[in-house]
Design a protein around this ligand. Structure first.
Ligand code: GLN
Length: 497
């Protein structure tokens, strides 16, 4: 019976939960349905780096037994989910797409994983990413790139590319990713799905392998805005084991989606739309969204964010600086890969082991960032680079603070273009970094931001529209996005049915 289930029956978590509740399907059938799709379709996509088939089936059986006894742990009990492979999951690999952690098995669950398990969700496996989440295409992963389900010669974006591709091709109903400079929103836009980066501190990062600690945040991918709200309800909230976790209690994000509508003030940043690298059709998509918002009674406000032009250079000082420090722990002594036969050098065997391990264990892009970051933090240069970047970061935040005094949300592009061809930018780091033009400033300012799929480009490739809101305003952000999504009326098909 599970095999004949039509994919149209699984467009959203609501569809799935309704069928579980009415006993039309069991969690075991549902889990088999996704595992079967992964087996058949993922060889073309490479969106998973690890599939926990036996673990998932076992948990699904337990969920069915709970349902039988009317003891469901939550409405999501028995619903599958997949996780970016930089989120620690006990007993299964957590590789970060890096050779240096390729054999690493976490002895503990990240806080988000613990929360998913407590809600009864079934973890299908781990999804591909750029090495240590550094990149925008998954091409820096030691497992090779994931492919875009709408055109497999193109990138699915990154770094959480596997998580986005898996949702687009319905290999998992929802997934988690992490976003340091756009890694949830950019792949969501490239794969035609919804993706949310919550406010910095909203979701615990305990057990998320650190890339740049002042920017990293975990968030969900889904096919609808309501799916994002549903998953956020599970993972958001204070955690004493993450010192940056906010203690502010969170409302029920799903309940806040509907209800009496208020007219909102939506800001559009002049510098976003005038940028020369913005594709014409992506610009038109934003103009259409502006028109729709006006038609449904919201006010559009013209904004200027004068420091936006410094966001990419600022990010590419701050993020590598923090990465160079965070990645110093991979030395071959504590965990992960150790070079077998360190090259004999004049140095002590210990130093020689560190050097060989790190030279062989890390890929080119990670090494580039470690060197950039070490340089930016070094004595004599830190004032010029790191400290200067922090000062500019403050100015970017001030732009946001000012904007949110007059608007409820900011509307703009998620990415300058549609997904590029694999291989096109991977050897040109600056071109790759410029892809992050519209996403990095939300991380620098710590504000919540999401991407919604709109009508595709004439080439058939997906386009994403980005909405951002003031810190802790996820409810408003999701609500505005939900309304826009509904008005646009674009429900993406399942890629690769
Ligand atoms: N593309 C950006 C980078 O390479 C963002 C990555 C991310 O958000 N993890 O740093």
């Amino acid at each position: 019976m599970w095999y004949s289930l039509a994919i149209m029956e699984f467009q959203s978590l609501d569809d799935i939960v309704a069928r579980l509740d009415s006993r039309q399907i069991s969690s075991l059938e549902l889990t088999r349905f996704y595992l079967d799709r992964i087996r058949r379709i993922d060889p073309q996509l490479n969106s998973f780096v690890y599939v926990d088939e036996s673990g998932a089936l076992e948990e699904a059986k337990k969920s069915d037994a709970r349902r039988q006894r009317n003891e469901c742990m939550s409405q999501l009990d028995g619903v599958p989910i997949s996780l970016k492979d930089n989120i620690c999951t006990r007993g299964t690999p957590t590789s970060c797409g890096s050779r240096i952690l390729s054999d690493y098995r976490s002895p503990f669950d990240a806080e988000v994983v613990a929360r998913l398990r407590q809600s009864g969700m079934i973890i299908l496996g781990k999804t591909n990413l750029d090495e240590f989440a550094m990149g925008g295409s998954t091409e820096t992963s030691c497992f090779g790139a994931s492919r875009n389900p709408w055109d497999t010669s193109r990138t699915c974006g990154g770094s959480s590319g596997g998580s986005a591709a898996a949702v687009a091709a319905l290999l998992s109903p929802v997934t988690l990713g992490s976003d340091t400079g756009g890694s949830i929103r950019q792949p969501a836009a490239f794969c035609g799905v919804c993706g949310l980066k919550p406010t910095y501190g909203r979701v615990s990062r305990y057990g998320l392998v650190a890339y740049a600690s002042s920017l990293d945040q975990i968030g969900p991918f889904g096919r609808t805005i309501k799916d994002l709200a549903t998953v956020l309800n599970v993972i958001a909230g204070h955690d004493s084991r993450d010192s940056t976790s906010l203690s502010t209690p969170h409302e029920d994000f799903v309940a806040q989606l509907e209800g009496a509508k208020s007219p909102y003030r939506i800001g559009v940043v002049r510098e976003h739309l005038e940028h020369p690298s913005l594709d014409d059709e992506v610009r038109t998509a934003i103009l259409n969204a502006i028109k729709l918002f006006q038609e449904i009674g919201h006010t559009i406000v013209d904004l200027s964010m004068p420091h936006h032009k410094y966001a990419v250079p600022t990010y590419y000082i701050v993020a590598p600086s923090e990465a160079s420090s965070n990645l110093s722990r991979y030395d071959g002594a504590h965990f992960g890969y150790r070079a077998d036969f360190p090259k004999p050098t004049a140095e002590s065997p210990l130093v020689s082991m560190y050097k060989s391990t790190r030279s062989l264990g890390f890929g080119t892009e990670v090494k580039r960032r470690i060197m950039l970051g070490t340089f930016a933090l070094s004595a004599g240069y830190s004032d010029k680079y790191y400290v200067k970047a922090l000062q500019v970061r403050r100015l970017i935040r001030n732009d946001y603070d000012q904007a949110f005094q007059t608007v409820d949300a900011i509307l703009g592009p998620t990415t300058p273009t549609t997904p590029f061809t694999l291989g096109e930018k991977v050897n040109d780091p600056v071109q790759m970094y410029l892809e992050d033009l519209y996403t990095v400033s939300a991380n620098l300012a710590g504000v919540p931001a999401l991407s919604i799929p709109v009508n595709p480009h004439s080439s058939g490739l997906p386009i994403g529209v980005q909405l951002q809101a003031a810190p802790l305003q996820e409810s408003k952000l999701l609500r505005i996005a939900h309304e826009l999504h509904r008005e646009i009326g674009y429900v993406p098909r399942v890629a690769m049915p």
